[in-house]
Design a protein around this ligand. Structure first.
Ligand code: URA
Length: 440
């Protein structure tokens, strides 16, 4: 078999066989297939797509390219969730402790920031001492004792995805439905949970910009997981507007803690309650409405925030930062960004806001960049707010003065101020399961 023939076959929209797919994955991971051939193949997939069968076979081959985690040492039902990525998306830090405080186990492997989107592992590392790399026995012990542990992907989990994602990031081949489905579902299948809830983001800050594309991606992933014997559901949630008000690692942990204490922004709180309720429902703790109430009760009783503090302590971090988030150090340079004119913020391009936050030091410009955990953006005004010229719309935090001007320019290019407001869109657009799509 020759890789060049398989690239040409895909270029002409041919359907690859299982043997051909296994050949590509095995030889790409071993290094026999060079990055330039894989890049050409990925671009062909972006233009020609994949059949459902190919997507499934690639997912299986990616999942089995490394370790398959066996979670049977953890007692009870294990529920996982995965977001397709967004700006200000700190939901895992809120949902995982809520679900764990209801007695459902969350053994979660998360990722780092990617492009303009943040990553849970970077956020957790903003807690002093927090270890995101711990051995498997310790991980299982923490989940058994506290109900939740969140770690980075272990060394040999889906190496095919690790290599492929790095290539996609720099070859313009991220926003392909089959490639995203393979990437996410291979990791979720390898990570071993019984139930998987997908949070498929849609809008200007998401990889999928339209609701229809997001539903198609959700269906593809739900079908793959269902075929592999997992209980699956997906929520299509808004990412046209950054979620919550804080963007940047320490700032997002602070906002997550405020939300867990019942004082979070409304959009973030509502999305988290809905996601947590769906995870609890999948674990069969009641009807969706009963599970919503359960999730809210765990916030109001203080049990959920206590679980996050215990998890931080168990993973080597200082849990007192969770109980008292004023202890976090925020970057010392603060710059206010003001509205250039009066009107309504009719649109705030979430991707642009995420890029501005990265430019302040909150994300990586290159693979090897060092993150400034205290850097980021606090949004004072968001889409649909009325502003007067000169009103502060955002506060920037950074450790390097020279980063502020370019970031401000990028941020202001992302904000549209108009005489009239734009249409208010829902926070949750749809719920997708194996047999139906319920649009809201
Ligand atoms: N998140 C992933 O893990 N993979 C993708 O391809 C996109 C988002």
């Amino acid at each position: 078999m020759r890789m060049v023939d398989l690239i040409i076959k895909k270029k002409h929209k041919g359907e690859l066989t299982k043997e051909e797919i296994d050949y590509i994955v095995t030889n790409f991971v071993s290094g026999e297939i060079p990055d330039y051939q894989m890049s050409a193949f990925l671009m062909a997939v972006c233009f020609q797509g994949m059949t459902k069968k190919e997507t499934y076979l690639f997912t299986e081959a990616f999942a089995h390219s490394g370790d398959m985690v066996d979670l049977s040492a953890i007692k009870g039902i294990k529920v996982d969730k995965h977001s397709t990525g967004g700006v200000g998306d700190k939901t895992t830090l809120i949902i995982a402790p809520i679900v764990a405080s209801c007695g459902v186990k969350v053994a979660k492997m998360s990722g780092r920031g990617l492009g303009h989107t943040g990553g849970t592992i970077d956020k957790l590392e903003a807690i002093p001492g927090f270890k995101t790399a711990i051995d498997r026995d310790e991980f299982f012990k923490i989940v058994n004792d506290i109900g939740v542990s969140v770690i980075g992907q272990s060394g040999n989990l889906t190496p095919a995805d690790k290599k492929c994602y790095a290539l996609r990031d720099v070859t313009g081949t991220v926003d392909s439905i089959p490639l995203i489905a393979i990437s996410i579902m291979s990791k979720k299948l390898a990570a071993g949970s019984d139930c998987i809830l997908l949070d498929v983001k849609t809008g200007s800050g998401a990889f999928m910009k339209t609701v229809d594309d997001s539903i198609e991606l959700a269906q593809e992933m739900v079908d793959i997981g269902t075929s592999c014997g997992r209980k699956m559901a997906a929520l299509i949630t808004d990412m046209d507007i950054p979620l919550g008000n804080n963007i940047g690692n320490a700032l997002e942990v602070i906002e997550a803690v405020e939300t867990l204490k019942g004082h979070g922004p409304e959009d973030l709180t509502d999305v988290c309650i809905e996601l947590a309720a769906n995870m609890l429902y999948m674990a069969e703790l009641g009807t969706i409405e009963e599970c919503r109430k359960l999730a809210k009760d765990k916030i109001h009783s203080g049990e959920a925030v206590a679980v996050l503090a215990r998890m931080a302590d168990a993973q080597g971090g200082d849990g007192s930062y969770i109980l008292d988030p004023s202890k976090f150090t925020i970057a010392s340079i603060k710059v206010e960004v003001k509205a250039p004119k009066s009107g309504y913020i009719s649109h705030m391009d979430a991707e642009g806001v995420g890029i501005a936050s990265t430019m302040l030091g909150a994300g990586r410009e290159t693979k090897d960049s060092i993150i400034d955990y205290g850097a980021g953006i606090k949004l004072i005004k968001k889409t649909h707010d009325k502003v007067n010229e000169g009103d502060v719309i955002a506060e920037f935090y950074t450790s390097k003065e020279e980063l502020t001007e370019p970031a401000k320019k990028r941020f202001l290019e992302s904000v549209t101020i108009s005489d009239a407001d734009s249409k208010v869109e829902p926070l949750i657009y749809a719920r997708v399961t194996a047999d139906k799509v319920e649009r809201r």
